[in-house]
Design a protein around this ligand. Structure first.
Ligand SMILES: *Cc1c(COP(=O)(O)O)cnc(C)c1O
Length: 465
């Protein structure tokens, strides 16, 4: 089909389109720098011309380009209300940090700071000394250090302990996991120059399997938390203390990749399974643990390595350590997060730390119900009901457990469901819920009480459409 010359002529120039946008939707330029918008508009128009040349009919070029630009503007990072009931939602930035930590960060980040100066001598000082001491206390370990994320921590430990002649790392076949985002334990090992020695079977690995695999080329015995799945049925694995004893007897370091970094007894917080804490596995004889900063710990993205002081000192000397060192932003958030735990544990009240994920895990449904009632009352819409939900930890943590929760249910026509969900997601702030059994739901456990007002007005708007 020959291109529709008339339709092609109707497609405006970049300049004309930008002018039309400036008068038709001026707000868009408060969300996208104009020079970036120009580039997006240029490629959107080129795309439009291509489509028209191929015979596609385009009703309104302005609307077409405006939608592309709007969609791009929605990728700018901004707060989102999480109604999914998944506490550690990787797509939504994993754990929100404590408000107090964010407040401290605001003052540190927008100023100079003592991140690497000894204020007593005026000379260069150690980075993260205070933070490392806090983390070691929290983990009840000899020493601790911090890198960009847990994956980097793992690579560092492998490069330090599983290199050269002794590059073999023994891992159970039941723990060769993919954590998500393409992070696979076997591939990480390979990329670090380590040689993976798989032992046991998927469902069963015995101490003797490890024992047989140990040679004079073994550099490390590695235990990996399964995180995002669990095994049930005909399964077996040695106790951590048995593995630790074997490692010690053989003179091989033993590391436990914990993943989530629980600093509380999760089974006492909520109806959850027990998540191994760093001090439990260290007390069982592990030499090193590593875990994420932004999973159950409730801090920023970071990888914490804790354990034997001599090993940590060695890790800090590897060249790669410099490549994965965090900055003042991470240090400050993590420092305030660690202090929140330490202060809560040593305070008179022995209360829970003001860490959002910890609070969200611990909150009782009785406390969520009045919020649900006042929201439904404010909306007074017969299509909205209060329901029961099941919140989850997420972030590859405690996949077996679900926590009873309270939801707002929106009983809409089936054809209205997706448009309603879209409308909420693309509002400001965006609100993310889920559709379950033909009902759109928002779980209140993961919505901060201070967001209720915004939620109500956004819902009012979307329900009127
Ligand atoms: C999540 C996870 C990781 C990766 O942590 P990041 O901080 O995202 O790099 C590594 N190991 C385990 C067991 C995990 O659960």
């Amino acid at each position: 089909m020959p291109p529709d010359q008339e339709a092609l002529r109707k497609i405006p120039s970049v300049e004309k389109m930008l002018q039309a946008l400036a008068s038709g939707d001026p707000e868009i330029f408060s969300r996208i720098p104009r020079s970036v918008a120009t580039g997006i508009v240029r490629s959107a128009l080129a795309d439009l011309r291509k489509r028209v040349a191929k015979g596609a009919s385009v009703e309104d070029p302005f609307e077409d380009v405006r939608a592309t630009l709007g969609r791009f503007a929605d990728t700018r990072i901004t707060p989102v209300i999480n109604g999914t009931g998944v506490l550690i939602h990787t797509n939504l930035g994993r754990s929100p940090v404590a408000a107090a930590a964010a407040e401290t960060l605001a003052s540190v980040a927008s100023s100079y700071s003592n991140v690497e100066i000894d204020l007593h001598t005026g000379a260069r000082g150690p980075r993260a000394k205070f933070l490392e001491a806090c983390l070691a206390t929290l983990c009840r370990s000899e020493a601790a250090t911090v890198v960009n994320n847990c994956a980097a921590g793992l690579v560092l430990v492998l490069q330090h302990l599983a290199a050269g002649e002794k590059n073999e790392v023994i891992v159970s076949r039941g723990e060769l996991v993919e954590i998500g985002g393409g992070f696979r334990i076997p591939e990480i090992l390979e990329a670090s120059g380590a040689k993976l020695i798989e032992v046991g079977a998927t469902n069963k690995t015995h101490l003797a399997d490890y024992e047989r695999a140990i040679t004079d080329r073994t550099g490390l015995l590695l235990k990996v938390h399964r995180s995002n799945f669990y095994m049930e049925g005909f399964t077996a694995e040695p106790e951590t203390s048995e593995l630790a004893a074997l490692a010690k007897k053989s003179g091989i370091p033993f590391m436990h990749d914990l993943g989530s970094g629980a600093m509380m007894q999760t089974d006492q917080l909520a109806p959850l399974e027990h998540e191994t804490t760093p001090w439990e596995t260290l007390a069982a004889g592990c030499d090193l643990v590593c875990f994420s900063g932004d999973k159950l710990l409730g801090g920023p993205q970071a990888g914490i390595i804790a354990g034997r002081a001599d090993l940590i000192a060695g890790i800090k000397k590897t060249p790669f350590y410099r490549a994965v060192r965090p900055d003042k932003v991470i240090f400050t958030l993590l420092q305030e997060t660690a202090c929140a735990y330490l202060d809560a544990a040593s305070g008179e009240t022995k209360g829970l730390p003001e860490i959002p994920v910890v609070q969200m895990l611990a909150i009782k449904e009785d406390a969520l119900l009045p919020r649900a009632e006042s929201i439904t009352k404010a909306l007074s819409d017969s299509r909205i009901k209060i329901g029961e939900g099941t919140a989850r930890c997420g972030g590859g943590t405690m996949p077996k457990s679900s926590i009873p929760s309270v939801t707002l249910e929106f009983h809409l026509e089936e054809s209205e469901l997706e448009p309603f969900a879209f409308d909420l997601r693309t509002g400001r702030p965006g609100i993310v819920g889920y559709i379950d059994s033909g009902i759109f739901k928002l779980d209140l456990r993961t919505i901060f009480p201070h967001q209720d007002e915004k939620l109500i007005s956004a819902l009012k708007n979307s329900l009127l459409k």
